[in-house]
Write a protein that binds this ligand. Structure first.
Ligand code: NAP
Ligand code: MN
Length: 281
């Protein structure tokens, strides 16, 4: 007896959203993909509730794509085409558009997922503001030294004085976190990393000084001790808030899912390509 197999994902129509940055090369790739996918039954191009989001640009563009669809993380898978220098979140070169289309035709729904950060800010009037970060979130005081108590799982860890703090995801560890002297974490590690931004350290004031890596299920809390304006960044977005009561960080229940193609190069290979390059014998 023959039976149609409706669970075979390779037969299912894929709803695809294309997002690109303003670069000329990105627009060219967008047009090429648009024309190729439009004419195939397998694909349905739409911005609404896509199964796959193709981000064309760099890591910055993928960060934007993530925030466009951050409310649909359970159903959306991302894939990046990079039209700039080597990207961490981008698997295909702009010369590999045909390869991406071929891989999507054969798509079996395979994914690779990475942890993201949950940020919960409580303002002094009690209002809560929530956000998710793919790379990191930072808090800085706009004027004067930031003074803040840092709590881990509710207990006081240290009193911090300095410019600010950053809490990064494993995939964000190669971004701002790296510039702050943080360690690079393999993205399968379910943890977040807090690094200091120019802490004050002398005989009177003392912080740990080194980054800390905190596992999923644990919580970091930053309680500012001075009134004033604070700058909070979440990936590529910046918010100004007056009088923040506290800001909490933990690993989100949800994860970001990427298409797991053969093009998904190993993480350490990307780190090496991005920061070390070719070695001379
Ligand atoms: P941007 O200023 O254009 O990006 C800064 C650089 O970081 C770009 O080269 C970007 O790559 C790269 N980048 C982004 N995510 C990365 C990752 N996970 N691993 C390695 N490199 C990464 O701004 P943007 O493109 O909107 O990116 C926002 C990010 O910039 C923030 O999340 C933060 O991590 C980073 N940043 C870094 C510093 C610093 O290092 N001092 C300061 C502020 C912000 P593309 O060119 O491919 O976009
Ligand atoms: Mn960028």
């Amino acid at each position: 007896m023959t039976q149609m197999n409706f669970t075979d994902k390779s037969k299912k129509t894929l709803r695809v959203a294309l997002v690109a940055n303003g670069k000329y090369q990105s627009k060219r790739v967008w047009h090429k993909l648009f024309q190729a996918l439009r004419d195939e039954d397998k694909f349905y191009l739409t911005k609404h509730h896509p199964d796959v989001v193709i981000s064309i640009g760099g890591d910055g563009m993928l960060l934007s794509a993530f925030h466009m669809y951050e409310k649909e993380l359970e159903t959306v898978r991302f894939v990046g085409i990079h039209t700039g220098h080597l990207g961490f979140y981008t698997d295909y070169l702009d010369s590999e558009v045909d390869k991406l289309i071929a891989d999507l035709r054969e798509d079996k729904g395979e994914t690779i997922s990475y942890p993201i950060l949950r940020v919960t800010m409580t303002l002094s009037d009690g209002r809560k503001v929530k956000a998710r970060a793919l790379n990191e979130a930072t808090i800085k005081r706009i004027e004067k030294t930031m003074v803040a108590d840092i709590k881990v799982n509710g207990g006081l860890f240290e009193r911090f004085r300095g410019d600010g703090l950053s809490v990064a995801t494993p995939t964000g560890s190669t971004a701002y976190n790296k510039s702050l002297g943080g360690a690079i974490l393999h993205p399968t590690i379910q943890a977040m990393q807090m690094t200091e931004i120019a802490s004050l350290n002398n005989r009177v004031f003392r912080t740990l000084g080194s980054p800390i890596i905190v596992p999923r299920g644990e919580k970091i809390e930053v309680v500012p001790k001075r009134l004033g304006q604070y700058l909070v960044t979440v990936d590529n977005k910046t918010y100004r808030h007056k009088d923040i009561a506290k800001i909490e960080f933990d690993i989100d229940r949800k994860k970001i899912q990427f298409i797991n193609s053969a093009n998904h190069t190993g993480f350490w290979e990307r780190v090496r390509d991005a920061f070390i390059g070719e070695s001379e014998e």
